[in-house]
Structure formats: structure tokens, C-alpha cells
Design a protein around this ligand. Structure first.
Ligand SMILES: Cc1cc2nc3c(=O)[nH]c(=O)nc-3n(C[C@H](O)[C@H](O)[C@H](O)COP(=O)(O)OP(=O)(O)OC[C@H]3O[C@@H](n4cnc5c(N)ncnc54)[C@H](O)[C@@H]3O)c2cc1C
Length: 259
């Protein structure tokens, strides 16, 4: 079973993230890049499926050169190889363009299943999985809290407000996973060393058959017209408990219509 897992490098949420005033896009060089948190669960799920059904796990990332660090991290968790879609023409691509570009890159890889996170921590559009499945013409199973493969079918428990639905599709298919679907493994020192030698194929847009006028900031359907720093968080209301703390807290909640 050939599984491709999508891995996005995002700015470390612990560091300050900057938008560049020239073009209102995220200044990815200004902060350390890390693997998008939900993608660690996607990698782990792909590895668990490989351990159960055999086959190979390929990491696919679209991102600048610095994204190589996150690719190596994914390989050190146990993925077999990687494809890095890297090209200046892709800079500033929006979610639809990114989905299109990744669908073309997937055209260069053999796969039975694509696994990705249900959202990124930087843009959080949460639409990439759906858009990718549309471009590939494949079924999508989103927000999976459990994934099972049985012969040529994949079945997931799709998280809902009231519990979950069981959704099934024929392979090949696209599956997005939610947090806590599994416990991502920590790379062992041995795997970290092995990851340095694992193949990473670099693809430019020409290699993937991506038309230059379908990607990049200049051709994006969405545009960030302006941005402003988030207002500093206001200090909260301090309730001094002189035996009536509970009452005061209840009054505060009622006043704010929380209760
Ligand atoms: C602050 C900010 C705001 C943005 N706002 C918008 C917006 O409103 N509309 C818009 O169209 N674009 C927006 N973008 C651009 C958007 O982030 C990128 O196009 C992005 O690559 C795809 O969208 P996403 O991260 O929201 O995907 P999501 O749908 O949130 O990501 C889901 C999963 O898709 C996979 N994935 C996403 N990107 C990649 C990648 N480059 N390589 C490999 N796998 C990937 C990951 O597995 C991820 O877990 C914004 C970017 C930033 C930084």
C-alpha cells in the first residue's frame, strides 16, 4: 500500500509570526519553521497503516528551501522517502492554488491513499483536503478520528458534534485526520541518522506540469488587502473572594450572558 502524507512547514507558534508589509504575505524566514502539528498525527497514522498493511510512506511538501528541515523530521519519524515541491513561482499561493499544485505533484507519485492534517496552524483555512480531492477527482474522508483499510476500501470514524459517522470509500482516496487520532512517535537517534540518507526528490513547477499562471501571489484568487497587529489582550476582571466570590462570579457570568 503506497501512502502519501502531506506535511506543511509552518511558523513555530511559540515565536512571533510576522507578515511582510510589501505584499501582506507571511514572512516565513522571520520565524523558525516547524511541522504543522496536525501533520505529525497524519505521519503517525500513515506509519501505523504501513506497519499493518505493508508498502511505503512518502512525504509530500510544498514550501521554500527551509521546509527541508520539516521533511527530514518527517523522515526521521519513519517515512521512507519525500517529494519537495519547491519553486519561487509558488510563493504566496493561496489554498486553492496549493491544492492544485499538490494534486499535480501527486501525479508524479504512485499512491493508494493520501493522508493529511485537517488544518494548518498558520492559515487554518481547513479546505486543502477537500480542494485536493476535487482536483484529483477522488473521494475525501475528512476529520477522521479512526482509519481502517480493508482490501480496496478505507473506512473512517468522522468526528461530529454528536459523536461520529462511519464513512467508507474505495481506494485511492484522500483522508484528513484530527488531533488525538494517535500518539505520534518520537524519532529515535537511529532513525534521525537514517533520515539524513533517505531520498528527497525536489520538483519545480515544470517537473510537476504546473502552469506558472495557475500559482503564486500574482495569480491568487484570495488577496490579503490589509492587516493590523492583534490588540493587546485586555486584563481580565479580578474577583476578590470575601466569602462571596461564588456570587460575584455568577453575577459576572450572568452579566456577560454566559449563563
Ligand atoms: C496567515 C495566513 C492566512 C492565510 N489566509 C488564506 C486565506 O484566507 N485563503 C487562502 O486561500 N489562503 C490563505 N493563506 C494561504 C494558505 O495558507 C496556503 O495556501 C496553504 O498552503 C494552504 O492552506 P492552509 O494552510 O489553510 O491549509 P489547511 O486546509 O488548513 O491545511 C490542511 C492540511 O493540508 C496540508 N497542507 C497545507 N499546505 C500544505 C503545503 N504547502 N504542503 C504540504 N501539505 C500542505 C497539511 O497536511 C495540512 O494539515 C493564508 C496563509 C497565511 C500564512
Amino acid at each position: 500500500m503506497n501512502i502519501v502524507v502531506l506535511v506543511k512547514q509552518v511558523p513555530d507558534t511559540a515565536t512571533e509570526r510576522k507578515l511582510s508589509p510589501d505584499d501582506n504575505t507571511l514572512d516565513r524566514a522571520a520565524s523558525d519553521g516547524v511541522i504543522n502539528e496536525l501533520d505529525e498525527y497524519a505521519i503517525e497514522e500513515a506509519l501505523l497503516l504501513k506497519e499493518k498493511h505493508g508498502g511505503e510512506v512518502t512525504v509530500l511538501t510544498m514550501g521554500p528551501d527551509q521546509a527541508t528541515d520539516s521533511i527530514r523530521k518527517a523522515l526521521s519519524m519513519g517515512a521512507d522517502k519525500a517529494v519537495h515541491l519547491v519553486d519561487d513561482a509558488l510563493e504566496g499561493s493561496d489554498a486553492l492554488q496549493t491544492a492544485y499544485a499538490l494534486s499535480k505533484a501527486l501525479g508524479t507519485v504512485e499512491f493508494d491513499l493520501v493522508v493529511l492534517g485537517s488544518e494548518s496552524t498558520d492559515a487554518r483555512t481547513g479546505v486543502l483536503g477537500a480542494a485536493l480531492a476535487e482536483y484529483l477527482g477522488l473521494p475525501q474522508l475528512t476529520l477522521a478520528g479512526k482509519v481502517d483499510v480493508d482490501g480496496s476500501a478505507v473506512r473512517v470514524q468522522r468526528a461530529t458534534d454528536y459523536g461520529y459517522d462511519v464513512v467508507e470509500a474505495q481506494l485511492p482516496a484522500v483522508v484528513s485526520v484530527i488531533e488525538k487520532i494517535n500518539e505520534p512517535r518520537y524519532p529515535s537517534f537511529k532513525l534521525i541518522m537514517q533520515a539524513k540518507k533517505k531520498p528527497v526528490e525536489k520538483l519545480g513547477i515544470a517537473d510537476a506540469g504546473i502552469e506558472a499562471d495557475r500559482v503564486g501571489l500574482a495569480n491568487a484568487a484570495t488577496e490579503t488587502v490589509d492587516f493590523a497587529p492583534a490588540p493587546p489582550r485586555a486584563a481580565g476582571t479580578v474577583v476578590k473572594d470575601e466569602g462571596d466570590g461564588g456570587v460575584k462570579a455568577a453575577e459576572f457570568l450572568a452579566e456577560k450572558k454566559f449563563v
